[in-house]
Design a protein around this ligand. Structure first.
Ligand code: NAP
Length: 493
């Protein structure tokens, strides 16, 4: 371990405290240092870096964004094993980047509370480095899909066998030969079910079928990887192509009629080809607009169902009575174990309760859903930057691109302006109104589905950025730390 990366003790103060050491925390640490801000402390509640890729270790965990686009722009990785990287590979990549960039977070050190004192932030920590640290600026890089959502199902808590969420996989539980109920059919379940069905007998509870398109994964050959390693221009061209392909997907996800119809036809053909049984096919066909929920990529999910290895229960889990799981449709399924692939608390971020600004907590400021200016700064919370928070997620392209844009904006803003930075509440309100206008006619709002992009309290789109990455980058570049609003590009519609 180099001198730089030696874990430090909790200092009394730092210029900037970053909370979280996943993609966003590492991106922020690197961007701040590149901007000449060296006195940066990273706090991480977990035992290692990696964020979502440390926490999600379920069988089949992988990324559905091509590997060469799902990494830091300044850390291309010629060694990705295939078009889509497995979770463990991404976790190892993040460990590697932290190591070579000398980003050494204080591990096992959760932020318990952060309060604005009038001229700086006072951050109370627990765990391995309990105490208080003061900082001029605070960067929340806490992730957005971190807290497992446990469905409110009567009797669930008294299920007598093993029961766990996919993001808290119990590696000590041997599911081989067991009857396992998997609850949910989102991005996680379509990766998990084909792998788990190789060893276990699965009943899959599907409340809402997903739109699924072909994935087209394959390993890179040793020759391809050698070429990536020796020809950086080849890698940058590939990244540029993948970026452009991602941006082109925005049209079909955001409601462009022709693009959505074409993509929907691809999904339906995929289903027809992989599921010959018309009854099963009908049960797997979504009845809501393409793009309303995250569109999934899988070549193995439908075949696992069509093979008979997985029994589809095409209704929600409604109740649990001992070892019997009762479906909303009335059927009873006796199982040995339950896996909750039920997603995350996305609209009420747990860190919001812990952060207290000039007048109130972030949670209180966000009672009608998350709001911000530039998807990054919040009125009433001076010198605070939230990465991957309000309106910063994507359904069409790599979220690392958004994180990097936000990290660069944060670093630029802090490097240019000393003192206390405040967002005018009217500027935040105007930005929020722009988001609402841009989102109003998109399938995320009008598509007839329930998705985790929309806040249930207000019906507002609070998680997703309703535009392209190009538009987001332009937006933050234009603002350049001046906190001046410019219109959101509405994308191809
Ligand atoms: P999710 O998309 O929120 O899916 C949760 C699933 O649980 C939904 O199908 C939901 O049904 C279902 N559910 C909840 N309660 C239920 C009940 N009582 N009975 C039956 N079903 C129930 O969660 P996720 O699959 O973990 O994915 C979350 C996000 O994580 C993704 O959208 C994606 O952004 C990210 N992710 C990404 C990757 C990747 O490869 N990049 C992989 C995994 C996850 P409804 O649809 O009816 O609500």
């Amino acid at each position: 371990m180099s001198e730089h990366s030696k874990p430090r003790q909790l200092p009394d103060r730092a210029d900037v405290v970053i909370v979280g050491a996943g993609f966003a925390g590492l991106a922020a640490a690197m961007a701040l240092r590149d901007a000449g801000i060296d006195d940066v402390l990273v706090l991480e509640r977990g035992a290692s870096v990696g964020g979502t890729w440390r926490d999600n270790s379920y069988p089949g965990v992988a990324c559905d964004i091509p590997s060469h686009l799902y990494g830091f722009a300044n850390h291309p990785n010629p060694r990705w094993s295939g078009i889509f990287a497995r979770g463990e590979e991404i976790r190892a990549y993040l460990e590697h980047v932290a190591e070579i960039e000398h980003v050494a977070p204080l591990l096992d050190t959760p932020m318990l509370d952060a309060s604005w004192s009038g001229d700086d932030w006072r951050i109370r920590t627990g765990g391995a480095h309990a105490g208080e640290v003061r900082a001029s600026a605070l960067v929340l890089a806490c992730g957005r899909l971190t807290e497992p959502k446990i469905p409110e199902v009567p009797g669930l808590e008294s299920f007598p066998g093993p029961i766990f969420h996919t993001a808290r996989w119990s590696h000590d539980t041997d599911l081989r030969g067991a009857r396992v109920a998997v609850i949910g059919t989102g991005a996680t379940a379509v990766q998990l079910v084909p792998e788990l069905s190789e060893v276990a007998d699965i009943t899959l509870f599907q409340r809402t079928p997903a739109w699924i398109v072909p994935r087209g994964d394959r390993p890179y050959s040793p020759a391809e990887r050698a070429a990536f390693a020796t020809d950086p221009a080849l890698l940058s061209r590939l990244r540029a192509e993948l970026y452009a392909e991602g941006e082109a997907r925005f049209a079909s996800r955001s409601g462009d009629r022709d693009a959505a119809a074409a993509a929907r036809a691809v999904a339906l053909q995929h289903l027809r080809r992989q599921v010959p049984d018309p009854t099963l096919r009908r049960a797997l066909t979504p009845d809501y607009a393409f793009g309303c929920k995250r569109v999934l990529l899988s070549d193995t999910f439908y075949p696992a169902l069509a093979s008979g290895r997985v029994q589809l229960e095409a209704s929600a889990l409604a109740a649990v009575e001992g070892t019997a799981l009762i479906a909303a449709g009335g059927a009873r399924h006796d199982v040995d174990a339950v896996v909750l692939a039920t997603g995350f608390e996305s609209t009420r971020q747990p860190y919001a309760e812990l952060v207290h600004g000039e007048r109130q907590s972030l949670a209180a400021h966000w009672t009608q859903g998350m709001t911000s200016f530039g998807s990054t700064v919040v009125a009433g919370f001076p010198n605070l930057f939230v990465l991957d928070g309000p309106n910063a997620s994507l359904g069409h392209n790599s979220s690392v691109l958004m994180i990097e844009a936000q990290a660069a904006y944060t670093a630029r803003t802090l490097a240019r302006r000393a003192g206390v930075l405040r967002v005018d509440p009217e500027v935040e309100a105007a930005y929020t109104a722009e988001i609402d206008t841009a989102a109003a006619s998109t399938p995320w709002i009008t598509g007839g589905c329930h998705n985790w992009y929309v806040d249930e309290r207000s019906g507002r789109l609070t998680l997703l950025w309703p535009g392209t990455v190009d538009a987001f980058r332009a937006r933050l570049d234009t603002d350049g730390g001046e906190f001046l609003p410019v219109p959101i590009e509405r994308g191809a519609r």
